[in-house]
Design a binder for this molecule. Structure first.
Ligand code: SF4
Length: 226
């Protein structure tokens, strides 16, 4: 962990689960508490395209560095994880990091394999990485970027107070489901169509089962509504 001291008595939740929690809290709970994972075409493509990024290394060019697969931790959020890439450029008012002997400005970049889009879950993950870096190095980070691998396009993301509040809320949600080992009930939404866990989650089946029970009770009691 980049030589960082971690509190061994503390469980740090995976940073990547924050974006899952933003997408669907039930999905995050199934992944984290039930250790469920189902591959689909999207997750397989993402895994393959990420494999080059997930090679821990530092590239230097003059006073610029690119730190790939860089581990970060936030005591405030209780999370740890990795940044796909952190760009570090010499800057007088910047912070010091172990990989450079001059002050730098940090700019986190999160790699995505999907088509270009600014999804809140992606922005939230990027912001959480920036918050961890701010905590680790007393950095000032007001912007990062999403890099879309297939199209080679880069989308800047402003990391503002509103996004930071959202990160804190999702971290609290994750901590709650972890501490209680709870799995929130399924709520079918358009997101379920793309969710790799839909076969095990069965969001429609749960609703159908509930509807079925209601119908049985209605028939037994002769009531129109329950
Ligand atoms: S199928 Fe829908 S409700 Fe179930 S985990 Fe996925 S997104 Fe959430």
């Amino acid at each position: 962990m980049n030589g960082l001291p971690l509190n061994e008595e503390r469980e740090y939740l995976p940073l990547s689960r924050l974006s899952q929690a933003e997408y669907c809290l039930r999905r995050a709970a199934l992944l984290m508490n039930e250790q469920l994972w189902q591959e689909n075409i999207d997750t397989a493509k993402g895994r393959m395209e990420h494999s080059r990024v997930h090679d821990h290394r530092i590239e230097r060019r003059g006073n610029s560095l690119k730190l790939y697969d860089y581990e970060v931790v936030s005591e405030e959020l209780g999370i740890s994880g990795k940044c796909d890439c952190i760009e570090a450029e010499a800057w007088e008012s910047g912070c010091m990091i172990p990989a450079a002997n001059f002050p730098v400005r940090l700019y986190p970049v999160e790699y995505k394999h999907v088509t270009v889009r600014e999804e809140s879950s992606y922005c939230l993950q990027l912001c959480a990485q920036a918050m961890a870096l701010v905590e680790m190095y007393h950095a000032h980070i007001s912007e990062g970027a999403l890099f879309f691998i297939s199209s080679h396009r880069r989308l800047p993301v402003v990391l503002d107070d509103s996004l930071r509040r959202q990160v804190r809320q999702r971290a609290a949600d994750l901590r709650m489901i972890r501490n209680t080992f709870s799995i929130p009930p399924a709520e079918y939404s358009p997101k379920c169509k793309k969710c790799s866990l839909k076969e095990v989650c069965m969001p429609k089946a749960k609703r159908s089962a509930a509807d079925y029970c209601k119908r049985l009770i209605r028939e037994a009691t002769g009531e129109d509504e329950i």
